[in-house]
Every structure is written in C-alpha cells, then in structure tokens.
Design a protein around this ligand. Structure first.
Ligand SMILES: [Zn+2]
Length: 232
C-alpha cells in the first residue's frame, strides 16, 4: 500500500515523503502510543479534506498522527477524496469535450442552414428538344441554345422526334466530345403522347457561367447527341 499521496520530483520532497511514510508505517504497525481519546469521524473528515478550520495545535491532530485506527481511517478518507476529485475532473473533461463536439455540430448545422438558400433550392426546368432534329455529325451551333441556371436543377427533357424509349444518360460537358464533365444522370423515358420525356437531377452549382453541351445517350444506341447549353 502506498501511504504517501504526494508525488514529488525534488529530492527534499522525496526525503520528507520518506519520513512521512516511515512515520505512517510505524503508526499503522501500532508502534506509536496516541494520547487522548479518538476524535469523531467529522474531525477526521475535516483533516481528510485539508480543511483550513483545523488548528495544528489541536491535540486531536497529535492523536490522529499517532493513532493506528485514526490514521487508517484518515488515509481511507484521503483516498476517497482523491478518487472523487479525479472523477470530478474526468467528468468535467468529458463534459467539456461533449460541449465542444456539440458546438462544432451546431456550427456546422448552422453553416449548412445559413448557406444561400438559392444554392440548395431545386430549380425545375424543361428543355424541349422536340424539334431539335440533331443527327450525328450535324453542327449543334445551328440549334437553338438551351439555357440552365448554375443551381440544383431538375430537368425534364422532351426528347427529339423519333427518339427511342428506354434509359438515357444525360451529361453536361465542356465540349461536344464529352470532355470536362460537369454533371450526369440517368433516367428512363416516360411517354407523353407521341413525345418521350426524361426527368433528371443535375447539380450545376459548381459550374461557372458560360457555354457547355448537354448530351443524351441511349443505353442501346451508345451514340451521344450534343446540344449547346448556356449555364447562367
Ligand atoms: Zn484514535
């Protein structure tokens, strides 16, 4: 059992601790003779807490320092106090960590919520390619340009006349060779009368305003059709 509750690095402190330990060892071995009766538990608790109300001249101090029973109890109380302080410090540290974590989460949440609402709002757009009879090799510059906002857009594309039903890959790219991909999505056609429509979500928030190309590729055809697109 370690009797000294003090841990010191300096030699003189080590020497004092050693004397204290030697004394405690003798007391606990019953080699000392206490004077007077044992004090009550409250007094021992006061010493255990290092209360400032206790005068060192109090004869009960001298008794406690030499009584086996009182010394054992005092060491127990000291240990309990130390454990309680450690637990309090631990709880305080955990609470601090939890508070920091909570504030980080709240800050993140607020940042997300405070982000320009227009940026996260989904804009619905319809792109009508019904009369855009583009065929492979045709110059897309001849077609009327499609315009989309630099936002989260839900685009409903009315496919050109005679388009086959099925699944399409829709992409927004920098050029008409499929380079500089900005966004892409796949969707299956829905028939509206004689028209085939596809609806896809495109995230164009990071796209700088300027000219792009919107392409559609049928799952079986694999040939991409490019239409000039302006992102504003
Ligand atoms: Zn005693």
């Amino acid at each position: 059992m370690r009797l000294s509750w003090r841990r010191s690095s300096r030699a003189e402190d080590r020497f004092e601790s050693w004397i204290t330990e030697q004394h405690q060892r003798r007391v606990l071995a019953g080699e000392t003779t206490p004077s007077g009766p044992c004090p009550d538990e409250g007094f021992l608790q006061d010493i255990g807490r290092k209360s400032k109300n206790i005068a060192l001249s109090d004869p009960r101090i001298d008794h406690t320092a030499n009584c086996r029973k009182c010394m054992s109890r005092l060491l127990e109380l000291r240990e309990q106090n130390r454990t309680r302080r450690q637990r309090l410090a631990f709880t305080a540290a955990i609470t601090a960590c939890a508070l920091i974590a909570a504030s980080v989460v709240v800050a993140w949440y607020v940042t997300q919520r405070m982000a320009p609402s227009a940026n996260t709002a989904v804009v619905a757009q319809t792109v009508n390619l019904w009369d855009a009879g583009t065929v492979r090799g045709e110059q897309p510059g001849q077609l009327e340009s499609v315009s989309l906002p630099a936002a989260l857009v839900t685009v409903t594309i009315i496919l050109p006349r005679h388009s086959a039903p099925g699944q399409y890959l829709v992409a927004v790219t920098r050029d008409q060779n499929g380079n500089g991909l900005v966004a892409e999505a796949t969707a299956t056609t829905v028939a509206k009368g004689e028209q085939q429509e596809i609806t896809i979500g495109l995230d164009l928030r990071k796209a700088a305003a300027g000219p792009y190309f919107l392409s559609t590729t049928h799952e079986q055809d694999q040939a991409a059709y490019y239409y000039p697109l302006q992102i504003k």
